[in-house]
Ligand binder design. Structure first.
Ligand SMILES: [Zn+2]
Length: 552
């Protein structure tokens, strides 16, 4: 899963538990048996967990795109696709190589200051702000700052934080979030790099400063700042880039944001209160100007997406593809937390790849025929801004118009029993009904997303298929408000999300993971066998991306 606090820029934290399987974890008043203990007498979830263990092993060093650890993971997936009888679906066998421009920001040699007209006040990199690494940084910048509220430009909602504000030559400062009366999907889309970065560049701004709202921050600042040393990437193919000029990008610690607001008559606490109330924000010039010297090191790397095709049985429908996607990469080796520097990414997203392999195996080996073809796709560079999936969705290895759906799995989080699913995109297309139908026989209920400001809908690979016009969904485990499971998820995000402790030693509910795989298998079969291909709801905002395909 991609990091929340920045959209155009990017940054992201192991706690080795003293206990090992089998063990008991106490959630609220109820004790939930976890790990292999629960399944000591059966094979439930064992195969799934074996994949997770391989992919999240320290030997794979966190599967950073472009590294040997990622290459081993890609080979593992390709070898299994072959074993299950899938056809190669890449450009080089099972692989589709993708090239990336990599930028390392050297914080120790970079400088940041606020200038009030008379003197410079140095800004502490790390404590107060971190520099973005994804978009090519400007080497030197000295520019006025302007606060643009949420920084949202959404014509169809008649909402524009940029209306009447001249941002030319300035650095825009904004708080993540948006007015409560605008649908989450719309806000999320306006925040995507495709929309946001190109809009800001066209408007003439020379940089962006994002202030995350603490209420929607998945992880605390202490861990966000550790991620500042991680390299940023963008697709090397100029056709697939959102900006054309270097741009200053940074994330400002909300606890230090009054440094920016000094003399403006506004305090960060008041602005965050407006954001929490979902009300429109004021826009105003900021008193200080920003001066920065940014030192970077740059290189190019190549890493593959991995694709395998289970050929459909229907003479006509076999030329249509249901994509089952999951990202294979994670964030690699980083700043140590509790002495551990390997960010293993077991839930994020070895778990999703393991489910994909389970389903590919069941379909591939069982001899069960499905009418449409199923394209299993393990993508790279999700953690770097959904880049591998963007490349595939734009340059697919099968005809673009033949892709009828994307079912994406990213960090579905089987840490408690599966009773509820949150399905991102469920309201947008008929796939919402399909997953409900697959879930019902297993007594799993699809419940609404209670935190739309986390922008999950644009934070994983399905979003690139959506933009290519393909109906898509992404399910994850859900919980009812304030339930023990809800708290367990929040704790997980706080402590393990993008931390070295997201490893194969953490408590995992294997039976729940196996139940999820069963559900997803039913979904794949249902979508692949349906007489009609999935379609967008008439009132879906995302339907617009499918319009050129309407005549097909
Ligand atoms: Zn992630």
């Amino acid at each position: 899963m991609r990091f929340v606090c920045s959209s155009p820029i990017q940054p992201p934290g192991r706690r080795r538990l003293a206990v090992r399987f089998p063990t008991l974890i106490l959630i609220g008043a109820s004790a939930v048996l976890i790990g292999s203990a629960q399944n000591a007498s059966s094979d439930v979830g064992k195969q799934w967990f074996a994949h997770v263990q391989y992919l999240a092993d320290d030997r794979l060093e966190g599967r950073l795109t472009g590294t040997e650890g990622y290459r081993k993971a890609a080979q593992y997936v390709a070898d299994h696709f072959k074993e299950y009888g899938l056809e190669p679906g890449g450009t080089q066998g099972y692989f589709q190589p993708v090239k990336f421009d990599v930028q390392h920001v050297v914080a120790s040699e970079s400088k940041l200051a606020l200038h009030d007209g008379r003197s410079d006040t140095p800004i502490h990199l790390g404590e107060s702000a971190i520099l973005g690494s994804r978009l090519p940084q400007r080497k030197d910048v000295s520019a006025p700052l302007v606060f643009v509220g949420y920084g949202l430009h959404i014509p169809e909602a008649h909402y524009d934080d940029f209306a009447g504000v001249d941002v030319r030559g300035k650095i825009i400062v904004y708080i993540n979030g948006g007015p409560a009366n605008i649908p989450g999907a719309l806000k999320a889309s306006a925040r995507s790099p495709q929309e946001f970065v190109s809009f800001v560049e066209k408007a003439g701004a020379v940089g962006t400063i994002t202030i995350p709202n603490p209420k929607s921050m998945d992880i605390p600042w202490d861990r966000i700042k550790l991620a500042a040393s991680q390299p940023g990437m963008r697709l090397a193919d100029p056709e697939l880039q959102d900006s054309h000029r270097p741009m200053f990008t940074a994330i400002w610690n909300p606890a230090h944001a009054d440094e920016l607001l000094a003399g403006s008559g506004h305090k960060i606490a008041d602005l965050l209160a407006i954001a929490d109330a979902g009300k429109p924000m004021p826009r105003f010039d900021l008193k200080p100007a920003l001066k920065a010297t940014v030192v970077t090191k740059n290189e190019q790397v190549e890493s593959p997406n991995v694709a395998g095709i289970l050929r459909g049985s229907d003479p006509k429908l076999k030329n249509q593809y249901v994509v089952y996607s999951a990202h294979l990469d994670h964030v690699g080796v980083g700043e140590p937390i509790k002495g551990d520097k390997i960010y293993n990414g077991a839930m994020d997203n070895a778990s999703g790849i393991a489910s994909m392999l389970d389903i590919a195996e069941k379909l591939g080996k069982s001899g069960v025929k499905v009418k449409r073809s199923v394209l299993f796709l393990a993508v790279c560079a999700e953690e770097k801004g959904l880049l591998g999936s963007r490349y595939f969705a734009q340059k697919p290895t099968v005809p673009k118009s033949s892709i009828v759906a994307d079912l994406n799995t990213d960090m579905f989080l089987p840490i408690f029993p599966l009773n509820y699913l949150v399905v991102y995109g469920a309201d947008e297309s008929t796939l919402g009904e399909d997953i409900q139908a697959a879930a019902a026989p297993l007594d799993v209920r699809v419940i609404p997303d209670r935190a739309p400001d986390r922008n999950i809908f644009i934070r994983s690979d399905q979003y690139n298929f959506i933009r290519a016009g393909v109906p898509s969904i992404m399910p994850e485990f859900g919980a009812t408000a304030n339930s023990p499971e809800d708290k367990a998820e929040a704790e997980w995000l706080k402590n393990r999300y993008h931390a070295p402790s997201d490893d194969a030693q953490q408590p995992i509910d294997l039976a729940a993971a196996a139940k999820f795989d069963k559900l997803m298998l039913q979904l794949v079969e249902r979508v692949a066998n349906a007489s009609d291909k999935p379609h967008w709801k008439p009132d879906s905002y995302f339907r617009r991306f499918a319009e050129p395909r309407a005549s097909e």
